[in-house]
Write a protein that binds this ligand. Structure first.
Ligand SMILES: *Cc1c(COP(=O)(O)O)cnc(C)c1O
Length: 423
């Protein structure tokens, strides 16, 4: 077998430098909460391919479904010759997402593409141009979604000019906004929208119910419901970007469920299909069906193999009750993180929900972000065989996203490594 070192050399000569990797080991196989590299070294997986492998890598049902589908047909294009699994995925999404009203779904390939289409649908249905997004938001890397994303480096730097009619307002970020309560933080954002954009110009308010790349920022209780209420009154389409938070990750099917927030449209990807590329927009039938026939689509959107994998993943989440598994992970992991935080003054906050937890690192006694500390702890984890990720506008947040099927033993070993890394 080719070594990681050799592969890294080949990569340098073949793969564009702009595509980075967290670790320099190359994967041979993965499953449960473990990734095994080409040297046979095992890594505890606290990344799940960025919240994608919620059901674990090569989950048995997914493997079976993909094998069966790949032998029947691989691609006919739903826009040309349709098939049942696309319809079945839409039925599942319509039933699982918040809201008991009539819904429709459309399938795409990536999260960014789902977000772009949610904006298209909201603009078309309302006849309005503006899109409101939040500080620290992450919505993707295509031209429109770069405009929607907050952070310059590495996502936007020198990639402009960006799409217009995008307006950014403050997020509720309890650690960094003086602990504003949700209603007050929402009122601040709403006033800015009304004064600077004008509610009647706004097609969509787009928000991650818990921010992902922006730092696992959990808004104060009441922030999302207040925005939801305002959007209803203002005729603004409330779009929840649940690409990272969806599919049992936060201990509920969707993060909006924690505060009973019902979005008009919801964007989905990542955890949807056990690792195969699939994304969706799901929402109110009258908005989704406002678009003319042929106005939505794409060659690969809702590819039959990805749809088969999604149906198998959703079945796995139900059968293994992975929302409950995420809650169990939270109980064990949050307790351990709090113990570390008690002795380590660099940890300003432990936050998150379910199997989407993080610690934010600062210079002790201040709120000054300490990205160097996050890098050092990460490197120590990687050296000891634990795959962790960082995030945050300031790069100072360590985030933990294990597959929801991680075993108790793998979870404990991962937390031991993390504990030692902090020491
Ligand atoms: C990852 C992510 C996206 C973009 O998804 P891609 O599949 O990488 O295009 C959009 N929104 C959120 C919240 C994400 O976490």
């Amino acid at each position: 077998m080719t070594s990681s070192e050799e592969l890294h050399k080949r990569r340098g000569a073949a793969v564009a430098r702009g595509v980075g990797s967290t670790i320099s080991s190359y994967v041979d196989h993965a499953g449960g909460g473990t990734i095994t590299d080409v040297e046979g070294r095992q890594w505890i997986d606290f990344a799940a391919g960025i919240a994608v492998a919620n059901v674990g890598n090569s989950a048995p049902r997914v493997v079976e479904a993909v094998k069966a589908q790949v032998e029947r047909f691989t691609h006919t294009c739903f826009m040309v010759a349709p098939y049942e699994s696309y319809v079945a995925v839409c039925e599942q999404l319509n039933a699982l997402t918040p809201g008991s009203f009539e819904k429709r779904s459309a399938l795409f390939n990536s999260g960014a593409e789902a977000v772009e289409n949610a904006v298209k649908i909201a603009r078309h249905a309302t006849g309005r141009p503006a899109v409101v997004v939040f500080d620290h938001a992450y919505h993707g890397r295509t031209n429109l979604t770069m405009a929607l994303t907050a952070k310059n480096m590495p996502y936007k730097h020198r990639f402009g000019p960006f799409a217009g009619e995008v307006y950014r307002v403050p997020m509720s970020y309890p650690l960094r906004d003086g602990g504003l309560d949700g209603a007050t933080a929402a009122a601040r954002s709403i006033e800015m929208i009304e004064k600077q954009v004008g509610a009647e110009n706004v097609a969509a308010l787009l928000i991650e119910p818990i921010q992902g790349e922006g730092g696992f920022v959990v808004p104060a209780e009441g922030f999302l419901p207040a925005l939801r209420e305002w959007a209803t009154a203002a005729g603004v389409v409330f779009v929840a970007d649940e690409i990272q938070t969806g599919f049992c990750r936060t201990g509920q099917w969707f993060a909006c469920d924690h505060e009973d927030v019902v979005p008009d449209l919801i964007t989905l990807a990542k955890g949807i299909a056990g690792g195969l590329p699939l994304a969706a927009v799901t929402g109110r039938a009258e908005l989704m069906d406002a678009v003319h026939v042929g106005g939505l689509g794409g060659t690969y959107g809702g590819n039959p193999i990805a749809c088969a994998a999604a149906l198998a993943s959703i079945e796995t989440m139900r059968e293994l009750d992975l929302a409950c598994a995420a809650q169990r992970i939270e109980t064990v992991m949050a307790a351990r993180l709090r113990t570390i935080a008690e002795r380590d003054p660099r940890i300003a906050e432990v936050r998150g929900r379910g199997a989407m937890l993080a610690v934010e690192l600062v210079q002790p006694g201040t709120l000054t972000p300490d990205p160097a500390a996050a890098a050092v702890v990460s490197a120590a984890c990687h050296a000891a065989g634990l795959l962790t990720l960082t995030c945050g506008t300031y790069g100072n947040v360590l985030r933990f996203l294990p597959p929801l099927v991680i075993s108790d033993d793998e979870l404990a070993r991962g937390l031991d490594i993390l504990d030692a890394a902090f020491r």
